[in-house]
Design a protein around this ligand. Structure first.
Ligand code: UD1
Ligand code: MG
Length: 459
């Protein structure tokens, strides 16, 4: 039996009050619709299509990395049933099961979709609707049953007072037998206060024709939470976050305060790593085992090997930190930073496109940009690589075991050789050979008795 997937994502998402297409709003590091695509992947669909319409180009652009996707354009958003109708050409001649998902229902689990398809195919249903029992059904289509059997779905705005009391809701997720689908869709009348073609109207049509109509209920109603407003986005975010934190804790990670810990879905963390409150791990970040991340740390698209300590209030972006290295507090590691094993980056240090070798140290108040620092080197407090001449960026190279005295400016391009010393307060504009001492600062002059003479003049 072949399987296909269609995601509805053409709606305007008016209730978000946002210029960004609703399905591209971010949820734990992925767009809403990417969560849906991931849940559908294990079904191994022959065709995966997305109905776009409102801000179609943006939505398509946001999914450019996902291949192979078919896009269907619904130029006027005349309802979910109308959206599905637009996809008829894509599934022309296809048989089997079509799973229809909503781009704004991101928490659905792959296991639920497997169960949906299994039930649907076993019962040979024409439509199987995923439902849930929720405490607050406001806003959802309500499931109407006659003698226990699904007989229709009524939308909030069209529901009677009694129907509004129903707590079983339509999730917006369905499996369809492709055979009768597109012909039957044409029969759905425009409905509701806004004259839309409602996809759930198909239930009534199939019941009238005597075709088998099935439902499956999800035990965890959170799974089918739809996002229609910023408030709902925040509520669903906190559910995703909780899921992720629980998954990591189950794998041996210590999270001191899960309620203030924000970890994106693709992040991995090794066992016995301790995460203090207010930590953000974003994008494709990988944290090894036995690391400690102190409060207020934000790490984006970076890799930390085992036993790394990151002290409070550091920002680490697109960087790689070697085993047992120490960072912070208050350090900013920007893109392309590579910190060697057992190296140390201390307070108020900023790095960019810079590598620091094994065991090297830049402990205080330093800027290292476009620099390569060897192993065992010591970069003194207040060192600055002057990497930018106003037009171009240039590299600074510091050799193994070199010692850069405090308050040094290294005017790139420039190289300090292995084992060399640079005297504190130097402005280095020429290479310092290996093993040499480079000194580039004004000579000190002491004028004995000068202070007293000045005071006498002032009196
Ligand atoms: C829909 C269901 C409702 C269900 C709820 C679950 C209908 C009529 N109602 O309501 O029964 O309880 O989802 O979350 O189906 N879309 C299009 N084209 C359109 C209109 C919508 O592609 O013309 C897409 C939207 O982008 C969205 C999805 O369909 O991804 C659902 O649309 P939305 O407007 O959010 O419907 P709900 O009011 O949530
Ligand atoms: Mg919705």
């Amino acid at each position: 039996m072949s399987r296909h997937v269609l995601i509805l994502a053409a709606g305007q998402g008016t209730r978000m009050r946002s210029a960004r297409p609703k399905v591209l709003h971010r949820l734990a590091g992925l767009a809403l619709i990417e969560h849906v695509l991931r849940a559908a992947e294990p079904l191994e669909p022959a065709i995966t299509a997305v109905v776009v319409g409102h801000q179609a180009a943006q939505v398509q652009g946001g999914l450019a990395d996902h291949t192979p996707l078919r896009f269907v354009v619904q130029s006027e958003q005349l309802g979910t049933g109308h959206a599905l109708l637009q996809a008829a050409p894509v599934f022309q001649g296809c048989r089997g099961t079509l799973v229809v998902l909503s781009g704004d229902v991101p928490l659905v689990r792959a296991a639920t979709l497997e169960r949906l398809v299994a039930t649907h195919e076993r019962t040979k249903a024409a439509i199987t609707v995923v439902t849930a029992h929720v405490a607050r059904p406001y806003g959802y289509g309500r499931i109407v049953r006659t003698e226990g059997q699904l007989s229709g779905v009524v939308e909030e705005r069209d529901a009677s007072d009694t129907q509004r009391q129903v707590k079983e809701i339509n999730s917006g997720i369905y499996a369809f037998d492709l055979e009768p689908l597109f012909e039957a869709l044409q029969e759905i009348p425009s409905a509701g206060a806004v004259n839309e073609i409602y996809l759930p109207g198909l239930v009534t049509i199939y019941r009238r024709r005597g075709l088998p109509v099935e439902t499956i209920a999800v035990p965890d109603p959170n799974e089918v939470r739809g996002i229609n407003s910023q408030t709902e986005l925040a509520e669903v975010s906190s559910i995703v976050r909780q899921r992720k934190n629980e998954e990591l804790m189950a794998a041996g990670v210590t999270i001191e305060d899960p309620s203030t810990t924000y970890i994106d879905v693709d992040v991995t963390v090794g066992p016995d790593t301790v995460i203090h409150p207010g930590v953000f791990l974003e994008g494709r970040t990988t944290v090894g085992a036995r690391c400690e991340l102190h409060a207020g740390v934000r790490i984006v698209d970076s890799t930390l090997e085992d036993d790394v300590l990151v002290n409070n209030h550091c920002v680490i972006q697109r960087s790689h930190i070697g085993g047992a290295a120490r960072v912070g507090p208050f350090a900013h590691l920007r893109e392309g930073t590579v910190v060697g094993a057992e190296a140390k980056i201390g307070n108020f240090v900023e790095t960019k496109k810079t590598s620091l070798g094994r065991g090297s140290k830049a402990g205080h108040l330093t800027y290292l940009g476009d620099a390569s620092v060897g192993d065992g080197a010591n970069v003194g407090a207040g060192t600055i690589t002057c990497n930018y001449d106003g037009v171009n960026k240039h590299r600074t190279t510091i050799g193994n075991n070199a010692f850069i005295g405090s308050g040094t400016e290294l005017v790139a391009p420039v190289e300090v050789g292995d084992g060399a010393y640079v005297g504190a307060g130097s402005c280095i504009t020429e290479d310092v050979p290996a093993g040499a001492l480079g000194l580039a600062r004004g000579r000190q002059v002491n004028k004995n008795g000068w202070a007293g003479r000045r005071r006498d003049q002032q009196d």
